[in-house]
Design a protein around this ligand. Sequence first.
Ligand code: H2U
Ligand code: ZN
Length: 342
Amino acid sequence: MTVQAPRGLHRRRNPLTGRWVLVSAQRNARPWQGEIAKDNARQLPDYDPGCYLCPGNRRATGEINPRYDGVYVFDNDFPALGPAVADDTQGLQGSALLTFEAVQGHCRVVCYSPDHGRGLSRLSGAHLRAVVDTWASESARLGQSHRWVQVFENKGAMMGCSNPHPHGQIWASDHLPDEAVLEEQHQRAYFATHGEALLASVAREEFEGLRHVWANSHWLVIVPWWATWPFETLVLPRQAAPRLESLDHAARDALAETLHQLTRRYDLLFDCEFPYSMGWHGAPYTQQDPRPWQIHAHFYPPLLRSATVRKFMVGYEMLAEAQRDLSAEDAARRLRELSVST
Ligand code: H2U
Ligand code: ZN
């Protein structure tokens, strides 16, 4: 049975944040043009003597990276968040209207692999598993002294990534940032009413449907109902797991497989090193009950039609609300129909 994706003009609500997205899928009803332009991505060498993240090389601070052969994590030399300094904010004049608060935190850089040209989509299962373990152990450790630990990756020059060496970042903070506050409010309210985590309900409802991309016994990948980026995806666990460190061995192995499947599909979609911003959201490290949360990854890729044609979130999106032409259902179908070897 072929179920037609809905075409009519409408808005969809994101239950995690309460934000809306305007869906104008009829604008996209014209047949797919399929203009797949190669981005002429050069094949990167496995070692670049000028790269500050390659093993044995010198960083901007003069420090030398060890000759690591797995995952390598270090304190960011130019951190956006650091320890509180007593008079950091002295002299800053706020008012009852223009308020501020002092902030402290800790920033880490995670090199996924010693190989300069081998990002998540090209790592072996065992190596991806090591990345998952690093994300989990760093989160658990930083969570002991911070309320929020943001694991993320900016991939590709199009996303503002300064260095192609495969790496992600972790920013831990003593405050809950805006996205976390919204997801916290919406998941907690949903749990109070329904007695089930919001994303557990989403995983159940979306398991077999138009927005399903891929699944194994532990994980589900969907283009969420409320996707704003053309090929945005959400990676969800199929069992209860509020944080990365809650995942057992089997779930971590299954996550390595899931990351392989998703990132390979992305690369295959437009035959390029697919750029994206991705990151993990899990229960904050507060005294609150973590059960309303399910650990999940958001992938926000900018590409729309080819390796070079991207979507811009400008104009109406900046001033009114997010809007998309390609339906979430069409995007999911295109990702689902790609075949990836295991
Ligand atoms: P992005 O390209 O994803 O921004 O990551 C590069 C990060 O690496 C950036 O946060 C850090 C930058 O501060 N960095 C170091 O910690 N040491 C260096 O020698 C250069 C870059
Ligand atoms: Zn989230």
